[in-house]
Design a protein around this ligand. Structure first.
Ligand code: PLP
Length: 385
């Protein structure tokens, strides 16, 4: 058995990031500054968008994207029942009403047919989540949005490398939002970025992220000398720090190398788990590129000697951390109380939420770590706890 605990979702931090953070500390420019601007340029270039606005989380970015899209109280936004709570919370923070649609059993992604059923006269937007990095059916969702005059805001927290029909995720609607949280494909610790091609939206996002102060107020204490600013909206404190961007501007240079490493791990898992009583991720679709953010197994509780939760405990005892992405939104109490959502109304999301488990797939894993995961998973799923 492993002697060291394998923590789920550990980021790979290299010497360049460490040196850049130290340089930021020595320069004493900690807050939003030139490193944030450089990180934004690099991400915009990678994603092929005109504007990328850095913020302190994807959640903050989704909130601002909702506001910048003009969502108002009473407006409905359709989002998947299988996602992280942040997707739903951002809609609520913006004053709009989330409406859940069920997901596809195999892809875990929004089912366009159920989205269509949920459209009302109040629907203003769709918030697709490219789950685990697998592209949603954007052809169907874009067509639905066009037919009903809806905005699209893509939750790209898992999906920095994702492409669909040759086009990058995050560029199909008004905004796409990335996460650089510590477990994501590239990290800044906490952080996010909103992508858009619309200059007016980009300007509004920037302003809302920094108190509603007039443009480039972050420069007010720079060596250009003090400048007065105006406050033109009631904004938020969502700006990214240079300390965070110092990490991100090196991570973005390695986004493809890290993806290739995860592809190796993904392939090794797929080969090793073919005969187990658990469903592996659906085959990779031909017309899109998967970001390989999560490698999930669906534990077949009829055939397997353990339940999903027993499987996680058994791996934990073997010093391997796992995760659940996610329990379905309608099982969580605050949403049940506030919206009356019931798990049985979203049977596919609920079934996934009860049987899914995510295995470590970070680029930080050494070959020995991958072998340890494979040995432990096979042992538990063939022989029990
Ligand atoms: C991680 C995550 C978020 C939130 O990202 P933060 O940067 O932590 O705010 C939102 N949506 C999904 C699908 C996520 O996985």
């Amino acid at each position: 058995m492993r002697s060291q605990y394998l923590v789920f979702g550990q980021p790979l931090i290299e010497e360049a990031e460490i040196a850049e953070v130290v340089a930021s500390l020595r320069s004493a420019w900690l807050g939003t500054g030139p490193k944030v601007a450089e990180f934004e340029r690099r991400v915009a270039a990678y994603k092929g968008v005109k504007y990328a606005v850095a913020v302190n989380s994807c959640t903050a970015g989704l909130h601002l994207a909702c506001l910048a899209c003009g969502l108002q109280p009473g407006d409905e936004v359709i989002a998947p029942a299988m996602t992280f709570c942040a997707t739903i919370n951002a809609i609520i923070h913006a004053g709009a009403t989330p409406v859940l649609a069920d997901v596809d059993r195999d892809t875990f992604n929004l089912d366009p047919a159920d989205v269509r059923r949920k459209i009302t006269s109040r629907t203003k937007a769709i918030m697709p989540v490219h789950f685990a990095g697998r592209a949603c059916d954007m052809e169907a969702l874009v067509a639905l949005a066009a037919e009903h005059g809806l905005k699209i805001i893509e939750d790209c927290a898992h999906a920095i490398e994702t492409e669909y029909a040759g086009r990058k995720a995050g560029t199909f609607g008004t905004c796409g939002v990335l996460s650089f949280y510590s477990t994501k494909n590239i990290v800044t610790g906490e952080g996010g970025m909103v992508l858009t091609d619309d200059p007016a939206i980009a300007a509004r996002l920037k302003m809302l992220a920094l108190h509603g102060m007039s443009q480039d107020a972050w420069k007010r204490f720079s060596d250009d000398g003090y400048k007065h600013y105006d406050v033109v909206e009631i904004g938020f404190k969502y700006n990214m720090m240079d300390l965070q961007a110092a990490i991100g501007l090196h991570q973005i240079q390695r986004v493809e190398a890290y993806w290739r490493r995860r592809q190796e791990i993904w392939d090794a898992y797929n080969r090793a788990f073919a005969d187990l009583p658990a469903a592996r991720p659906a085959p990779l679709p031909a017309n899109s590129r998967h970001a390989l953010h999560l490698y999930t197994l669906l534990i077949d509780e009829v055939r397997a000697p353990v339940t999903r939760d027993q499987f996680m405990t058994a791996l934990h005892r073997r010093n391997i951390g796992t995760g659940v992405h996610y329990r379905a939104i309608p099982v969580l109490s605050v949403y049940q109380q506030r919206f009356g959502w019931r798990p049985d109304d979203f049977p596919r999301a609920h079934a996934i939420g009860c049987s899914t488990v995510s295995l470590p797939i970070s680029a930080k894993l050494a070959d020995g770590d991958v072998e340890d995961v494979i040995t432990a998973v096979r042992d538990v799923l063939l022989h029990g706890q």
